[in-house]
Design a protein around this ligand. Structure first.
Ligand code: DON
Length: 307
């Protein structure tokens, strides 16, 4: 097998020279300030080794990648009854689209589009106050990553709170269909803050380990979720994790992945490794442009496609 440190350094060198880097998200004004030249990648293997290249220790806004972790928490709270409130099919529409919600009675297609993630956050909110729910999300991320330093970027949270009119519309629309339990403002408050969590590639790859290791922390053997649940979360990441770009990501990369508009992607090689990559420029459908290209190279070189 090729040496991972060399593979990652080669990828980071190639990406540094790339001029077509996509476009940094600007609908959340604070994200528009991020330097598009940044690139980081981290791989944590199931046998406990970590390999990094580029800006792998630079925290970035995880945005929609947070949806993987809130989904895991919501399934822990309500189990399969979650699927009465959110579907498991790719939407074929942009991540922030509202069009299907009217036809489908306020039940979002999957837990990764914004509407579905808002339902998931509504479940995580449960009987808590928003501050407590956010505390639980942070606690879970710190536990998974084995790193207490993970925090919310308050400026990003404020920026999205001030401009998140689409999400405000989605939450209120689902409330009208009876698919949101809480006051939409409370659910939105938690959602905007979970999206604004800042993590580095190294921290994110560590947090994703349980998905690569059949639901266990590969270091301690401690169970995070059942192996069936880990498989199912991976299946949803593969089919829905890149929204209307999911087919293309599966075609080119061939492993489960979840993107965020901060330019991060968490990718899972079941049985082998957890990967995080970050390049802030996005493609047409809002996924990291160089992130996907880097993962395609990595998966090809290592023979990591699941197909
Ligand atoms: O709700 C939003 O629009 C953002 N907080 C998250 C969207 C996102 O990351 C989509 N991913 N590519």
């Amino acid at each position: 097998m090729p040496a991972l440190d060399k593979v990652l350094n080669d990828i980071a060198d190639t990406m540094a020279k790339e001029t077509r880097r996509g476009k940094v998200a600007d609908y959340i004004p604070q994200l528009a300030k991020v330097d598009p030249a940044r690139f980081g990648i981290a791989v944590v293997t199931n046998d406990g080794e970590t390999f990094t290249a580029g800006d792998a220790d630079e925290p970035f806004s995880i945005q929609s990648i947070s949806k993987v972790f809130t989904l895991t928490m919501a399934l822990g709270l309500v189990g399969d009854s979650l699927w009465k409130r959110v579907g498991r099919e790719p939407s074929g529409n942009p991540f922030n689209s509202i069009v299907q919600l009217e036809r489908e009675q306020g039940v979002p297609r999957n837990p990764f589009i914004n509407a579905g993630a808002l339902v998931v956050t509504d479940v995580v909110l449960s009987q808590h106050q928003p501050r407590e729910a956010l505390g639980q999300i942070l606690h879970f991320l710190r536990f998974l990553a084995g790193d207490e330093s993970i925090v919310v970027d308050r400026a990003v949270a404020r920026s999205e709170t001030e401009t998140g009119f689409r999400n405000i519309a989605l939450a209120n629309y689902m409330k009208a269909f009876g698919n949101l339990e809480h006051d939409p403002d409370k659910t939105l408050g938690v959602y905007f803050h979970q999206c604004a969590v800042a993590m580095s590639c190294r921290q994110l790859a560590m947090a994703g380990r349980f998905l690569a290791a059949d639901g266990r922390n590969p270091e301690t053997g401690g169970r995070v979720v059942s192996s069936q649940r880990a498989r199912r979360i991976n299946a949803l990441m593969l089919t829905c994790g890149h929204y209307d770009g999911s087919g293309d990501f599966a075609f080119h990369v061939g492993i489960p992945g979840k993107s965020g508009v901060g330019g991060g992607i968490l990718a899972v090689v079941p049985g082998k490794a957890s990967i995080a990559v970050w390049s802030p420029g996005l493609n047409q459908v809002g996924n990291s442009q160089l992130g996907a290209i880097a993962l395609e190279r990595l998966a090809r070189t290592m023979g990591w496609s699941v197909f």
